[in-house]
Design a protein around this ligand. Structure first.
Ligand SMILES: [Zn+2]
Ligand SMILES: [Zn+2]
Length: 396
């Protein structure tokens, strides 16, 4: 039986798990029911389980008893503060909380894979280390687990993660070399002018006008000043000015997000941002100050490992004619697997999973977000195929 056929044989198990998790979504660091469900299942499958790592994190180790590599497989557990609008009969029972990013599917992938690994132990060597992580959505779960001993008492050779990806269809798998998901920094811009009466704008330097010019010109100026390779995104998402209709404010605060793939580009964009804000603000007789604070770093795939992953996925083509392994795709969305990936050679696989509701495919974090459940099996088969390659028993 092929690995894909084994994963498909467990499809009902995977789908039921996904739907059980979907019904009971929990927010970051509050994944108590979810974590205890996972811990029980891992124990039932024969794993050596630790709970409460980084608050609600769960880990499970399966030792083949034979010398070999140790691979960490990381899955995230948290949901989002969103009121679900899918109309599913397995829709969220926790009102105002929803698995709208696919993490319900990720946990189903994780437990199905844990079962496959346990059932095929005789063909593997080394140790397989399952990690169910809290609080990915607020970028704190991975760091929390690392601080709480994720890497203690076990030498990890490789780490793998996957994310179901609504932008792409079933059969598509994205796994480039180098950066695959972006770093993110919070951005704040304070514009100062001279406030006054709304009836006498000529006596003021209106910081709101300066801010409006900055918002309108920022994208154009940033992209004009960076080279094609320096891919970065700047989005202004918040603005605060006067709280009175008849007062022109002294200062305006804008905030937003900066997304980047490498630190050199991030620093270039920061400098350009300050230059652009200076030029515009000074032209109006005001001033502007830019501040950024890093939230996450990019997820960087290890070249050798990403290549080994792509090679091992080839055999899936026999069972999945739609298979398309993409080694070029990158996204500016962020993932805190980045903090694990900077410690050990790692690879993140994006697994196409788009599913239309009412004729539309809704993006991650949308109240109508959904996934193609077949992609859970394809993710299980892909990761199992890679684990089998990395943990192949060497002949003696
Ligand atoms: Zn998300
Ligand atoms: Zn996510």
């Amino acid at each position: 039986m092929t690995t894909y056929q084994k994963a498909i044989e467990l499809f009902d198990y995977s789908r039921d798990l996904r739907r059980q998790f979907h019904v009971m979504p929990e927010l970051a660091f509050k994944e108590h029911q979810t974590a205890s469900f996972i811990a029980k299942e891992l124990i039932r499958l024969g794993y050596q389980v630790r709970e409460g790592i980084g608050q609600t994190g769960v880990t499970g180790i399966l030792d083949t008893g034979k010398p070999g590599k140790t691979t960490m497989l990381r899955f995230d557990m948290d949901a989002l503060p969103i009121l679900e609008d899918t109309g599913h009969d397995f829709a969220s029972k926790n009102e105002g909380i929803m698995h709208a990013c696919g993490h319900d599917g990720h946990m189903a992938i994780g437990l199905t894979l844990a079962r496959l690994v346990a059932e095929n132990l005789q063909t593997l060597s080394g140790k397989v280390y399952f990690v169910f992580q809290p609080a990915e959505e607020i970028c704190q779960g991975a760091l929390g687990m690392i601080a709480d001993g994720l890497f203690d008492e076990i030498a990890v050779d490789y780490a793998l993660a996957s994310h179901l990806w609504a932008e792409k269809p079933y059969g598509w798998i994205g796994i480039p070399d180098g950066p695959v998901m972006g770093g993110s920094s919070d951005l704040s811009i304070i514009v100062r002018g001279k406030g006054g009466h709304a009836a006498k704008p000529d006596d003021t330097v209106d910081p709101l006008k300066i801010a409006a010019h900055i918002i309108l010109d920022l994208q154009k100026l940033i992209s004009g000043r960076l080279s094609q390779d320096d891919k970065a995104i700047v989005s202004i998402t918040q603005i605060e000015a006067s709280d009175r209709k008849n007062i022109i404010a002294d200062r305006v605060r804008m905030a937003g997000s900066l997304r980047w793939f490498d630190e050199t580009t991030r620093d270039k964009v920061k400098t350009q941002l300050q230059d652009i804000c200076d030029e515009i603000a000074i032209g109006f007789g005001g001033s502007a100050h830019v501040e950024t604070e890093d939230q996450t770093i990019p997820v960087v795939n290890n070249k050798g490992l990403a290549n080994a992953c792509r090679q091992s996925l080839r055999v899936l083509r026999v069972d999945v004619p739609e298979l398309k392994v993409d080694d070029q795709y990158r996204t500016h969305l962020s993932e805190d697997f980045s903090f694990i990936a900077r410690q050990v050679p790692s690879a993140m696989l994006l697994i196409g999973a788009s599913k239309a509701i009412d004729g539309n495919v809704y993006p991650h974090h949308h109240p109508k977000f959904d996934i193609d459940e077949r992609s859970i099996s394809l993710a299980v088969a892909s990761l199992m195929q890679i684990v089998t390659t990395l943990h192949a028993q060497k002949g003696d």
